[in-house]
Write a protein that binds this ligand. Structure first.
Ligand code: FES
Length: 116
């Protein structure tokens, strides 16, 4: 099985582990019910074929495998956005992995909104 922490739906950050647990608890009869798992597949639509593949694998009692590493998966999604969803804003990681400076982000939060 691929890493359970690996995100399958990048729009809604739904991991493989969450999808497998959803499947085991709810026994969906169609792949589209994965949308009830934190909205998987309800954003850009990129992950829908992979949700269907995952569903078929789980139905067959097989270990879930996406068939490509995470970087390739992410890169293909960026290409999908450019060619199939040009009206959508590009994914936040379209220019490479996000590199957040959390200290700077926290400094931009107004003092009255900061938690103790
Ligand atoms: S990656 Fe799942 S809907 Fe966009």
């Amino acid at each position: 099985m691929d890493d359970p922490a690996r995100e399958i739906c990048l729009c809604f950050h739904v991991s493989l582990g969450k999808l497998v647990r959803f499947y085991e608890r709810h026994h969906p009869t169609v792949a589209s019910r994965f949308s009830e798992c934190h909205g998987a597949g309800q954003g850009c639509g990129w992950c829908v074929p992979y949700l269907e593949k995952l569903f078929e694998q789980l139905q067959a009692g097989k270990a879930p495998e996406i068939g490509m590493d995470y970087e390739e998966y992410r890169a293909r999604r960026i290409q999908y956005h450019k060619t199939r969803k040009p009206d959508l804003p590009p994914p936040p990681d379209a220019d490479g992995p996000l590199d957040l400076d959390l200290e700077n982000v926290l400094n931009e939060v107004p003092d009255d909104l900061k938690l103790d």
